[in-house]
Ligand binder design. Structure first.
Ligand code: BGC
Length: 759
């Protein structure tokens, strides 16, 4: 755990430059706008330890799978979000010396991420080997008002000298991914041009042929006046720049404005992309930095109005939740159904920037609760569009007749994860798509989603389950063999309780969706059955049989559900009894030892109880929590939030708060020692749920909102907003009272602390 950032309600602040923390800070201070994003790399040259990262949503590379032993059914590739053209570069060379914080003496370094307006600032003083000293102030943002635009204001002052300088403003598409499987470069050149005042580079990805065209213009200003120098233009393979030679005068600040337009062939025809990029960059530069910033900040102001959570009495907690919300908002904006949420968002390469079950299992409630329903709906449509690929994925593994098996990891619907124990066995993920629909319908009331899209997906998934179960003559039950549950510290187990439960629930839920659709639009239903060749009577009879005869492993004596058939054969030890130096297990123990142990990576049985809480009595929840939580190491960032919610329900307030701290400041305090790879974006949605569903006790039952809030001891009050079926509610919880205000929308009845209240 590293705690080096200053507490502030709206800002993330780093003071003093420690090169060992640079990669962590590059992740934390990342910027994005739903369409592109980048790590907080420096504008000027930096030869120290850094992980350069610029990412364009939807632009990926199918990196050829690399495994020791090929297994039939493996995907050919692992999709990777590409490190895209580096547009921020501003190199400063003074009298032959490069400004490079790895080589200069650095003083008064300060990096600030202003979350209120989405602005990254950095200031420092740097002394060169010959004693020349400069002061730098830099600001930049990726525009939320225009997803293709970025802008930088970079000011430099010569503090104790006057000298000639060379300032290079570049676009560099000759970039690499650190996680490339075969050390290949993923970009090919298409076109470069540099003219006085601007430069443009169009590059194309290998294999997938996405083009990304990046253009820049710049302006210099000194003492409030336009400034300039002698300009040299330069291009080479996938690179273009302008080098400006000019005098730096002692004590006179020079400000460089660099504007960039980043266009992808996903949104522009290739034959027009260069022209469109030039037009966009021109218009952007004409607007100027301040106007662009105002437009950008206005979008943020609106977003914060919708989704802010306030916490009074605990600045670290306030900063933590805002940081989580900030990252979620800049990762996904919901205006393009081709896009989704990578577990690292735009903050790193890990997890390939691809879509995981995380979206449906963790992120959806955040967007449902804080944004217009259209945002979450886009996430559902994304999976609807991938249905043909899910059917293909299932076929590759031997399933048939329209069975749909959604991928664990994907960019375009194809599975691209290639560890057999996850690809083939972590099959529960396909039901996360169904659960997402349940969530969507609960929050929005929009059941017609089933008619228009949802039922088709549900039938595909149910067909998968109907083929994946098998009848055990021994047990006289349906069983599901050879799976990995959400807890990835056990593989190839039988009857993972979570998986069996989700499978049976999906079959029931599909039946409900069939009944609704038939009633709501008989003609559409008929057309769908024909399209899908769906024999309702026969297929649903089989589903009902599975539902009624599904096997669930349990230990009646202890009153617990068993994570899998053999769980009780394990040596049951509590995490508290492990030597501290053994943790984290995934770094300290062999995989073999982990698999044989009882230790649980992330909520598994408890994940299911969290999803279907009302199916269980409080006593049942308590027994399972008391049994499993002490064996859980939470080595997935997705784990603590589920525990906050259940612990809150059980009145385990201390446990809930301990888990809350782990999720809310996971990256800010680098809890798992891995923030340098990028931030844990999907677990951030879990932080939001921890407050709203955990402390706020929010639930939706049969279309009705319930709250049973309490307040963590260290807080004076907190508040959050909820979008619910056309209304916006504000919930303010203080020590002595809770207020629920209907801010907009029709009259509504809710249940607050078990009492019906009319708003
Ligand atoms: C978790 C998975 C999750 C993935 C991406 C893994 O560590 O075990 O459940 O989907 O991270 O967040």
């Amino acid at each position: 755990m590293k705690q080096y950032l200053k507490n502030h309600e709206w800002q993330i602040i780093e003071e003093g430059f420690d090169s060992h923390l640079n990669r962590v800070s590059e992740s934390i201070f990342s910027l994005g706008n739903g369409h592109m994003g980048q790590r907080a790399n420096f504008e000027e040259t930096y030869t120290g330890d850094t992980h350069q990262g610029t990412y364009i949503a939807g632009v990926y590379y199918p990196d050829k799978t690399r495994v020791g032993w090929w297994k039939n059914g493996y995907p050919e590739y692992f999709a990777k979000v590409l490190n895209a053209p580096f547009w921020i570069g501003i190199q400063i060379n003074i009298a032959g010396q490069e400004l490079d914080l790895a080589k200069c003496k650095v003083e008064n370094f300060r990096r600030v991420l202003d979350m209120k307006q989405g602005l990254l600032s950095r200031s420092f003083e740097a002394t060169f080997a010959d004693g020349k000293k400069v002061a730098v102030n830099a600001q930049r943002f990726c525009s939320m008002a225009d997803g293709e635009v970025g802008a930088i204001k970079y000011s430099i002052t010569a503090l104790n000298f006057s000298s000639s300088s060379k300032i290079t403003l570049a676009i560099d598409a000759d970039v690499v991914n650190k996680d490339s499987n075969y050390d290949e470069k993923f970009w090919d050149r298409v076109y470069e041009e540099a003219q006085m005042g601007w430069a443009i580079v169009n590059a194309q990805t290998k294999k997938t042929f996405f083009q990304v065209c990046t253009g820049m213009e710049y302006r210099f200003e000194s003492g409030g006046q336009k400034a300039g120098g002698k300009v040299f233009t330069n291009t080479k393979d996938k690179y273009a720049d302008n080098l400006v030679e000019m005098e730096l005068k002692q004590g006179v600040e020079l400000t460089i404005y660099k504007y960039a337009a980043i266009l992808s062939s996903e949104n522009h025809p290739k034959e027009k992309i260069v022209k469109n990029c030039l037009a966009k960059i021109d218009a952007t530069a004409k607007k100027g930095f301040q106007q662009l910033l105002n437009d950008h900040a206005a979008v943020w102001a609106h977003k914060w109005e919708e989704c802010d959570i306030t916490i009074d009495g605990d600045i670290a907690a306030q900063q933590g939740i805002r940081f989580n919300i900030f990252q979620l908002m800049q990762t996904y904006t919901g205006d393009d159904p081709r896009l989704n949420i990578g577990p690292k968002g735009f903050t790193g390469e890990k997890y390939g920037g691809s879509t995981y079950w995380d979206t449906e299992a963790y992120c959806l409630p955040f967007y449902l609760g804080t944004s217009d329903p259209s945002v979450a709906r886009q996430l559902l449509i994304y999976r609807y569009k991938h249905l043909p690929k899910a059917i293909e994925n299932a076929k590759k593994l031997g399933f048939k007749d329209g069975a749909a098996f959604y991928p664990f990891v994907t960019m375009n619907g194809e599975e691209c994860h290639n560890e057999w124990e996850i690809t083939f066995e972590e099959i529960h993920r396909t039901s996360a798509m169904a659960y997402a629909m349940r969530d969507y319908v609960e929050y929005t009331g929009d059941k017609n989603y089933f008619v228009d899209y949802g039922l088709e997906v549900l039938i595909g998934i149910s067909r998968f389950w109907a083929q994946r179960v098998n009848w055990s003559a021994d047990k006289n039950k349906y069983v599901i063999l050879g799976v990995t549950g959400p807890n990835e510290y056990e593989n190839n187990v039988n009857n993972n309780w979570y998986t069996n439960y989700l499978a049976a629930w999906t079959l029931r839920f599909t039946q409900e969706a069939i009944d609704y659709t038939k009633n709501a639009d008989a003609a559409k239903y008929k057309a769908l059955t024909e399209k899908l060749n769906f024999n309702e009577a026969k297929e649903t009879a089989k589903w009902a049989d599975i539902v009624s005869k599904m096997y669930y492993a349990e230990d009646k004596t202890r009153g617990i559900y068993l994570q899998q058939d053999g769980f009780l054969d394990k040596e049951l030890i509590n995490v508290a009894d492990l030597p501290a130096e053994d943790r984290p297990l995934n770094q300290k123990w062999s995989w073999d030892r982990i698999l044989r142990s009882c230790f649980i990576k992330q909520a598994d049985v408890l994940q299911c109880i969290y999803l279907f809480e009302d199916d269980f009595t409080k006593e049942q929840i308590k027994k399972n929590f008391d049994f499993y939580e002490p064996m859980t190491v939470h080595e997935s960032s997705l784990s603590p939030c589920v525990h906050v919610i259940l612990a809150s329900k059980l009145g385990y307030k201390e446990k809930a708060y301990e888990m809350y701290l782990r999720t809310s400041r996971l990256d800010l305090d680098d809890y798992n020692n891995d923030t340098e790879d990028g931030c844990h974006i999907t677990s951030m949605a879990g932080t939001w749920m921890s407050i709203v569903k955990g402390f706020g006790g929010m639930r939706i039952r049969d279309g009705k909102l319930y709250f049973s809030p309490y307040i963590p001891e260290h807080w004076n009050s907190y508040s959050f907003r909820i979008e619910f079926r056309g209304r916006v509610l504000k919930v303010k919880v203080a020590k002595e009272k809770t207020e629920v205000i209907l801010e907009s929308g029709d009259h509504l009845s809710i249940v607050l602390n078990d009492k019906e209240v009319s708003l």
